[in-house]
Design a protein around this ligand. Sequence first.
Ligand code: KG4
Ligand code: ZN
Length: 340
Amino acid sequence: MLVLGIESSCDETGIALYDTERGLLAHALHSQIEMHSEYGGVVPELASRDHIRRALPLIQKVLNDAKLELSDINGIAYTQGPGLSGALLVGTSIAESLAFTLNVPTIGVHHLEGHLLAPLLEENPPQFPFVALLVSGGHTQLMKVTGIGEYVLLGDTLDDAAGEAFDKTAKLLGLDYPGGPAVSKLANQGKKGRFKLPRPMLNSGDLNFSFSGLKTAVLTLANQNELDLQTKADIAYEFQEAATEILTTKCMFALRETGLDNLIVSGGVGANKRLREQLNFATKRKLCHVHYPRLEFCTDNGAMIAYAGAMRLKALEGTQPSHSFTVRPRWDLAELQKPQ
Ligand code: KG4
Ligand code: ZN
């Protein structure tokens, strides 16, 4: 089954072709980061208009790259939510109208389910069950995953998401949007030990997170010090150490608590090099395994939507295809069910 995936929930138009027999055949992405950067964040109306401009040429591109035609497509997966409603509507409209003309089924995919399953696109994916850390701009969640649509929440952030903390730290240090990669780059020049930052809830006895105290501690440091380049780098270094230590420690607690030995990490912060170093080290010591998406699939992309959609469409094969034209800008992952 050849599935076209369309991601348009925020500031990236991602398109991909996934075949349930042959795997990922092609993917293409247009990032709007440059367009939004002068505003310091995503401008929803500009995002929607740009998705309209980019989606069809990108669909043509993936078809050309895979040497396939529109008529080869057997199903269309699109991000139905959560996200910006206008941006979601663009992907939904394109998916539903294409599906109507091609007479193929569609599936509305939960954006976070896409992220969550992205590591399974790589070679030697783990078997279910495993622990998943979903760590993005809006989420910091630990889950026990026993199958597609079977997600048990083990821990969540009580306030800011980890990516949000990276972004806010970047802003305090005068770095560009998006903040995560900028903080990480600057941290490479930072010196260890000059500043001390807290690790909130590290030993809270549960699997929840809190990042707002860490952000406030960064704000205090930024206010107390002359922010020359070296000082900024030293703060970035300490912030990254604190954030990645918290994430790593809680992942290890989650593996211990569930008795599982496979961890998958997904979402934008999963691209962080220091986080990967710490997780690789910690899991190896405990004889566990950690799986990541390739770097480009940590952030938003069409491949993860094509994959998640393909898994669900495959499970629905033989049933009457249903079409809907609703977007779900707010959609809790806990509402998802296994395909039936
Ligand atoms: O998953 P994602 O693309 O978007 C959603 O939030 O859905 O994640 C974006 C987040 C941003 O907060 C960004 O600053 C962060 O991921 N991020 C990083 C890195 N790359 C992206 N944070 C730390 N280190 C990175 N290398
Ligand atoms: Zn995302």
